[in-house]
Design a protein around this ligand. Structure first.
Ligand code: NI
Ligand code: MN
Length: 228
């Protein structure tokens, strides 16, 4: 059985290879000045969209059409994307579904969710993805700190991908508190350095997290991969 492989493309764009499937999360690639990949060059069987903002929907439609990939999002975002001629699967927060690649649950994110044209985008989401070996990956999406991260942590999180950029999401101090609530085994910081407003020092954050919690932090460069 192959290990689950995580690739960070920059910002909140993540590739996940698991159980022979290729997932893409929030594929904001061609408009991201720091992106490690072009939308034309990535492959996907499923695309997960955490919320309706442009830096998360990104190139989802063009990739879905070229790869014949199914897009998974909350029902409002899924309906909006479905009108653009792609296949979608809508879920609501708190609801999980067993896909061929694993069990995916949408969870709360403390964030806005309007769509690029101003349409109502429902509630922003994070994901808890359960892959082979019952390993759970928490992808927080764009979120501020919220106390119910403790409930997510009770599920036993193997890997948490957390925003640390500040301004639009948690900054380093609250992301450290998030690690304390979630108690994941491993952490990858995301959603920083893309724009001037969210410049951070992930190395300093990593050493603080590792000194104050039991989590191991993996600071990736855009394009780097990590195997569970
Ligand atoms: Ni956002
Ligand atoms: Mn964002």
């Amino acid at each position: 059985m192959d290990k689950t492989k995580i690739t960070w493309y920059g910002h909140a764009a993540i590739g996940i290879q698991t159980a022979g499937f290729r997932l893409l999360v929030d594929p904001y690639l061609n408009d991201n000045p720091k992106s490690a990949a072009r939308a034309e060059d990535v492959e996907a069987d499923y695309i997960l969209i955490s919320h309706g903002h442009g830096d998360h929907i990104g190139d989802a439609v063009s990739i879905a059409k070229r790869c014949n990939a199914k897009i998974i999002a909350n029902t409002e975002v899924a309906r909006w994307l479905g009108k653009q001629g792609v296949e979608t699967h809508g879920q609501s927060l708190g609801g999980g579904f067993r896909y061929p690649f694993g069990y995916l649950k949408l969870v709360y994110a403390l964030h806005g969710a309007s769509l690029p044209d101003g349409s109502y985008g429902g509630v922003a989401a994070g994901f808890v993805l359960t892959v082979e070996n019952n390993q759970k990956i928490y992808i927080a999406g764009d979120t501020g700190l919220f106390g119910d991260m403790r409930l997510i942590g009770e599920e036993g999180i193997c890997l948490a991908l957390l925003p640390i950029g500040d301004n639009y999401t948690m900054g380093p101090a609250d992301a450290l508190r998030a690690v304390k609530l979630l108690q994941p085994q491993q952490v990858i910081p995301i959603h920083y350095d893309t724009f001037d407003f969210i410049r951070q020092d992930p190395i300093a954050w990593a050493s603080q997290v590792e000194s104050e919690t039991a989590a191991r932090v993996h600071v990736l460069k855009p394009g780097d991969s990590f195997s569970l």
